[in-house]
Write a protein that binds this ligand. Sequence first.
Ligand code: SD4
Length: 291
Amino acid sequence: MTIAMIGTWRMAETGITPAMAELRAGGSAGDALVTAIKAVEDYPYYQSVGYGGLPNAAGVVETDAAYMDGDTFRLGAIAGARDIANPIAVAQALSQEPANNLLVGTGATEYASTHGFQLKNMLTERAGQKWEQKRQELASKNLNPYDGHDTVGMVALDAQSRMTVGTSTSGLFMKRTGRVGDSPLPGAGYYVDSTIGGAAATGMGEDLMKASLSYETVRLMGTGLSASEALRQAVYPFIDRLTKIGQHPREFSYVALRQDGDWGIATNVEFTFAVAQDDGATQIYIAQPNG
Ligand code: SD4
């Protein structure tokens, strides 16, 4: 039996290492995924996820997150949510609800507070200072405001061949209040089917949500393709298509993990990611753009 996790960006390592210990001790893919993403959300120096995430144009941290169970297809997500200490934990709880699985804004915060989840102001002093600096720069120069964003997206496989996927992000730095990216959107930001595998995205949500490439990757893995080949066939033709029609694709990066432990990535920018399998240490890889 293989156990494995893959996650986007170097920050994923912070969560994957303790979560793999849980999986080795017989823990479930669901619990391990939440352990892993919570660790990233809690770390104040990751600027694009959870506590310490960079704020929106109004100076407020708004988070998007999702959780999906590949055995049941139950999924939960929050979007544009304020003051939720661990967005992934709330997304997991929402996946257990019979309805109301994706909550936005005040609805997400209200659910978190009435279901015993910790609320906190997610803006750190450091992130507030970056916001102030950026605000001044934007006022004096004609800059693209949206230059800071990353999502932690992870796929987990446990010893019972159960699989889960999750995402968590504070989205684009200086985004408009209420702006939502791909990370809470099933099919685009993430997808998992325990009989096949899972995939998750990071990059520019406005582009990533133009196609359901996480779903498409899982579907292609289900035809017998390796994770790398499925990603190659799902992701790069779409980027080419956007280029051909003059849509100037921005950042697209994906991770995928199959139910047999085979994994892969696709990216059109330099992309760092973390992978751990069985008894091995968490490995960090840097991939060059290929799209
Ligand atoms: C978003 N996809 O909100 C996220 C941000 C991200 O690398 O992943 N950036 O658009």
